[in-house]
Design a protein around this ligand. Structure first.
Ligand code: PAF
Length: 280
C-alpha cells in the first residue's frame, strides 16, 4: 500500500488510476479505525478497481477544542489495518498540507444542516463539507463510502455534492455494531467500564421504540424512548428526533414520510454517542 502525505501526490495517483480506466473508491475517515470503518473499506474493495482511504482528523469540523484534542489518533495501527485489507493508497496528510490557507468557504447546505447535529454543533457540517469537498476534488472518485451511524452527515454530503457538481456515487454503509448492540465508534474507547456497560441500552431502546411506534405517534415515541434511555444511570439524552430520512426534517405523523429514521445523541458520562434506527 502506498502511503501518500501530499495533496499533489494524491492528485497524481488518482488521475493516473482514472486515465487507466479504473474505477476509484474513496473512503474518507478520521482514523482510529475499527470494524465499522473496515466494512466501508471492504465494500469499496469489492466494487472498485482502486481504493483510496484518507486518514485525517479534520480540525475544521470540531466545534469543541477539547473533543479535537482528545480524539483518538492511532495512525500506525490504522495503516497496518488498511494495508492488510488490500487498500491501494492511504492518504494521511498534515493539517498544514490539507489547509495551506484557512478554508473560509461557507456552504449553503440549507435545512438539512440546521437540525439535530447542525443545531448542537454549530459549524460542524460546514467543516465536514470543506474537508470532503477537498477530498472529492483531489481524488474525483467513482464512489465514496460513508457509514450510516452518521446518518445526517450523509444527507449533508449529498447536498454538498450537488452544490459543487461532483459526479460520483455516494454509498451509505449500514451501521456496524458490537455483539451487545453498541454502534461501533472511535469514541467508544473513551467510555469508562461503567459507561461501556450502560451504552448498549441506547440501541436496545431504539429497537424497542420501533415496536412502540406501531401504536403511538412520533411525539409519544420520542418521549417514551428518551425516558427509557435517561432511566439508565449515567446516560443523558441530548436529543432524539424522528425525521424524514432524505431531508432529516422532523415529522409530526408517520404519514409524512416513507422513510422515517430516529436519530439520537446520548452522553454516556462525558462521551457523546450517536446512533439511529429506521422505523420503516
Ligand atoms: O465521518 C467522519 O469520520 C468524518 O466526518 C469525515 C467524513 C471523514 C470527514 O472528516
Amino acid at each position: 500500500m502506498k502511503v501518500i502525505r501530499t495533496t499533489e501526490e494524491l492528485r497524481g495517483f488518482c488521475a493516473e488510476a482514472r486515465h487507466s480506466g479504473h474505477s476509484l473508491g474513496l473512503v474518507p475517515t478520521m482514523g482510529a479505525l475499527h470494524a465499522g470503518h473496515m466494512s466501508l473499506v471492504n465494500e469499496a474493495r469489492a466494487a472498485n478497481d482502486v481504493v483510496v482511504v484518507s486518514v485525517f482528523v479534520n480540525p475544521t469540523q470540531f466545534n469543541n477544542p477539547e473533543d479535537l484534542r482528545t480524539y483518538p489518533r492511532t495512525e500506525e495501527a490504522d495503516l497496518a489495518l488498511l494495508d492488510a485489507a488490500g487498500v491501494d493508497a492511504a492518504f494521511a496528510p498534515s493539517v498544514a498540507e490539507m489547509y495551506p490557507e484557512p478554508d473560509t468557504r461557507i456552504f449553503d447546505l440549507g435545512a438539512v444542516a440546521e437540525v439535530m447535529e447542525g443545531k448542537m454543533r454549530p459549524g460542524h457540517f460546514n467543516g465536514v463539507a470543506q474537508v470532503v469537498s477537498r477530498l472529492f476534488d483531489m481524488t474525483r472518485p467513482t464512489r465514496a463510502y460513508f457509514g450510516e451511524k452518521d446518518f445526517q452527515q450523509i444527507a449533508v454530503i449529498r447536498k454538498m455534492t450537488e452544490l459543487e457538481g461532483f459526479d460520483l456515487e455516494i454509498v451509505p454503509v449500514a451501521i456496524k455494531r458490537e455483539d451487545d448492540g453498541l454502534a461501533m465508534s472511535s469514541r467508544n474507547v473513551r467510555l469508562t467500564p461503567e459507561m461501556r456497560a450502560a451504552a448498549p441500552e441506547i440501541h436496545k431502546a431504539l429497537t424497542a421504540a420501533v415496536d412502540y411506534a406501531r401504536t403511538h405517534t412520533p411525539a409519544e415515541t420520542i418521549a417514551w424512548t428518551v425516558a427509557r434511555i435517561n432511566a439508565i444511570d449515567g446516560l443523558d439524552t441530548e436529543y432524539f428526533q424522528i425525521v424524514d430520512g432524505p431531508t432529516c426534517l422532523p415529522i409530526d405523523n408517520w404519514q409524512q414520510t416513507s422513510a422515517p429514521v430516529g436519530c439520537v445523541t446520548v452522553y454516556a458520562g462525558d462521551v457523546r454517542l450517536i446512533d439511529n434506527i429506521k422505523f420503516s
